[in-house]
Each structure stands twice: as C-alpha cells, then as structure tokens.
Design a binder for this molecule. Structure first.
Ligand code: PLP
Length: 451
C-alpha cells in the first residue's frame, strides 16, 4: 500500500465534496497522535514538524489528556453566568501574576486566537469611548506580514497574504484608519520604521499623528504566518517607547510564539523593559484544546454586560490549560527549550549549507524556525515530498508553509518534547526530501537542455 492509502483517499474525496474550502493542502488524514508522531487513517506515520502552527507543542501529552478526561467526567460545561469555574479563575490568577502585562491586570478567556485579538481591540475601543476619546483616536497601527486572525475586526491586522485573506471584504472604515508599518526584523535595519513613525506616514502613504492612534497590534517576538520573521530588540524598544509616550495601547500577540515556543510562556522574558498594555494567547494555551486569552490592564476592563462569550473559560479547556502551563514551565526550567532551540539552529544552518540552490535563508527565534526557499512551487514540492517520503522510508514529515508571494517559507516548529534521536530522524527525512526535490529539478533542467 502506498501513501495516500485507500481510507485517506476516500475521506479526502468527501472532504472536497462536503467540507468548506479552507487553508488545508495536506493529504495526511490524521487518526491518532503518539508523542511527536501523527498516524494517519491507513497507519502511515508522520513526524510532526509544525504542531498545527504551534498548538500541539507538548505532543500527545498524557497529563494533559488525563486532565481533559477528568474535567469532562466532572463537568462537561457550565457557562460564565452559571457561576465561575474554579480552574478558569486559577488560570486567570497565574496569567495575570506571571505575564509581563502592566499590573494590576485581568484575563478574559476565548475559544480562539482571533477571538482573543477581537476582545483586545474591543477593550481598547471601549476604553476610548467611555473616556470620550473615540473620535480623537481613530487610527490603528499594524505591521507588514502580520497575522491576527480571520474574523472581521482582526482582518485589518492580517497582512501576511492580504489578496487571498481579506482584501475583497475589508471594511471601508478600517481601510481608512489602518496604518501599516514595517516589522522591525532581527538583523535588519529598522530605519524605515523610524522614518514612518517620525514622519507619521505608513508604507502606503497613509498619514497619521501619534496622538490619533488608539492601539497597535504586533506579533511578538516573531511573525509566524507572514514567513517566520523574528523581531529586532532595539527596533521593538524604540517602537515601544515612542508609542507608549503617545498613550497608544500596545497589544502583543503571542498566540503562535507563546507557551514556550520562543523560550517562555509569554513569548519572551529577556526584555525586562517590555510591559505591554495587553497580551493575547491561544493555540498551545490549553495543550491542544481550543482556548484563547487576552490579559489586559485592569483599568481597561469592560463595563458590566459589555462583553462575554459562551465557550470562553469552559471547564475542560481551563483544566487542560493549567496542566499545559505547568508542563511547559517544567520544560523551560529544565533547559529543554533552549537545547531544542540550539539544536534546530545548528541543524538548519547545516541544511542551508547543503542546499544553497534551494534555500535562501534559515531564521527563527527559540524553537520557532523557518526555511525560506527559492519560490512558491519549490515550497509546495518540498511539503508534498515530505509527505510522500513515507513511501520510501516508512516515516513521512508533516510540514507547513508560511509567507506570501515574496517570501516562501517552510515552518520548522516541532513539539517541544521532541528528543535528539527524533530530531536526527526529522533531519535525515528533511535531507532526503530536499535531495529528492533537487534531483527532480536537475533532471527537469537536463531534459529541457537536451530538447
Ligand atoms: N495571531 C497569530 C499570531 C496567529 O498565528 C494566529 C493563528 O494562526 C491567530 C492570531 C489567530 O488564531 P486562531 O486561528 O485561533 O483564530
């Protein structure tokens, strides 16, 4: 039997027929997860090198699974207005005490990342409204190659692939008031960002005064969907200082980078000066259950009835999150994330040296890496070949792309619990994948030449 097997082909056919079109491109139909491996419905194993864009960072963690089962058996669901959930309150306490958000702070729970960012945006807008500042502070600052979600409010901040993601539906008022700045990229000059802020002009010529800006929303400390682009600390510091002086709310989105991915629960602990007004989390927050959070300055809190939801802070997700945080903290403390980060960097730099005709650059932060390759077709071929390699080796790769028409990236963000031995396997499969695509390209070139 060859991959994709008969069961997968049947489900993929039904998916195409019945399931809404989405961002899925993989032919893997997952059946179960075992540690860092995903086994498909025909029993083909794949090593997970993307964790669903950094959700399953703990793999299939037995303690998280146990917490979910226990919580579900105890109480599948009660909502906010039926009474507080003890685990949700405990989680809010942990997040507000430990996060870098200015204190005192509070937390609001959601079911997804986009809902957490929506809540952050609404907090900013509600605060301005109640202070009579809404008309004065209409503008917002976002970043090129940014991603904040796919719902209507966050679409303005989502620029990682704007033509595909939002442009036809983007609201007129957002268009006028949204300003776009260059993301200060590590190792690159951030002069353009400085010029934009000093001159009050964005990358598209839209003008703004800092006093007119309500909030800024930025992925911290690394952009994910836009092509795995790490922040420059000095650039961030400049941006933070100038916008804080102007009274602009700083919203740090650590949805993809948090929960240990870039080395700490809240994205990055090494910037002691960094105290955002709000911070949004999701993805790995509940170890694979759907949960998000916005942690915010307590004085920004809503008025009664101004905001709520149904599934935010549900008992099962909150129990899972308490365990996921504890286990992730344990990994961070024992140095596992640092070791993984170093290992990924060394291995990826070596891979880039082995395939200079295919790889433009490898870059990342902590255990969040991207391989920028030379073109979109190449990116797609590599991801497909990573899956097909299961037919030769008995184990395939689960890879995920990022970027846009200028920036063709394959994400490398394995579960944080991956062992060195499993990394050896991952990189031998990656090398085979690159080898195979390179050979195919050389053959195609030769044939063209002969013709
Ligand atoms: N923000 C960032 C940085 C993300 O990476 C994502 C999802 O990829 C989101 C927000 C949106 O999260 P969700 O897909 O859970 O709505």
């Amino acid at each position: 039997m060859r991959f994709p097997g008969p069961k997968a082909l049947e489900i993929l056919k039904d998916q195409n027929h019945y399931y809404a079109t989405n961002t899925a491109t993989s032919r893997i139909v997952p059946h179960k997860r075992r540690g860092v491996f995903v086994i498909d419905v025909d029993k083909f194993p794949f090593l997970d090198l993307n964790c669903g864009a950094s959700v399953a960072t703990l793999g299939q963690h037995p303690k998280v699974v146990q917490a979910i089962v226990k919580a579900a058996e105890r109480n599948l669901f009660t909502e906010f207005h039926q009474g507080p959930n003890a685990d949700g309150v405990a989680l809010a306490k942990i997040l507000t005490e430990k996060s870098p958000v200015k204190k005192p702070s509070k937390a609001f729970f959601t079911s997804s990342g986009t809902e957490a960012n929506e809540a952050a945006i609404k907090l900013a807008e509600a605060y301005r409204y109640h202070r009579g500042e809404k008309e004065k502070r209409k503008k917002t600052l976002y970043f090129l190659n940014g991603f904040a979600g796919r719902t209507h409010g966050t679409l303005s901040a989502t620029t990682s692939d704007p033509m595909a993601q939002r442009n036809p539906y983007w609201k007129h008022c957002d268009r006028l008031d949204s300003c776009y700045l260059p993301y200060p990229q590590k190792g690159h000059n951030w002069k353009e960002l400085k010029t934009c802020l000093e001159e009050g002009r964005d990358l598209f010529g839209n003008t703004f005064l800092l006093e007119e800006v309500d909030y800024l929303l930025i992925e911290f400390p690394c952009q994910g969907e836009g092509g795995v682009i790490p922040l420059d600390e000095e650039g961030l510091k400049y941006l933070f200082q100038i916008t804080q002086q102007a009274g602009i709310f700083f919203i740090a989105d650590v949805i993809q980078c948090g929960m240990g991915r870039t080395g700490s629960i809240f994205g990055c602990d090494s910037f002691s000066w960094f105290q955002p007004d709000m911070l949004t989390m999701a993805k790995a927050l509940a170890g694979g259950m759907s949960a998000g959070a916005v942690i915010f300055r307590a004085d920004l809190d809503w008025k009664p009835k101004e905001h709520s939801n149904t599934f935010g802070g549900n008992p099962v997700a909150m129990s899972a999150a308490l365990v996921a945080i504890k286990e992730t903290e344990r990994l961070i403390k024992k140095g596992a994330v640092k070791r993984l980060a170093r290992s990924l960097e060394t291995r990826l730099e070596y891979l880039a040296k082995q395939f200079p005709d295919l790889i433009l650059e490898v870059r990342g932060w902590g255990a969040m890496w991207g391989i920028e390759v030379r073109g979109s077709l190449l990116k797609t071929s590599l991801i497909t070949r990573g899956e097909d390699i299961v037919n030769e080796t008995g184990c395939g790769l689960m890879l995920l792309g990022a970027g846009n028409e200028n920036n063709h990236v394959i994400r490398v963000m394995p579960p944080l619990v991956i062992t060195e031995q499993e990394l050896d396997l991952a990189f031998s499969l990656l090398k085979k994948t690159f080898d195979s695509v390179q050979k195919e390209m050389e053959t195609a070139l030769d044939q063209n030449f002969i013709r």
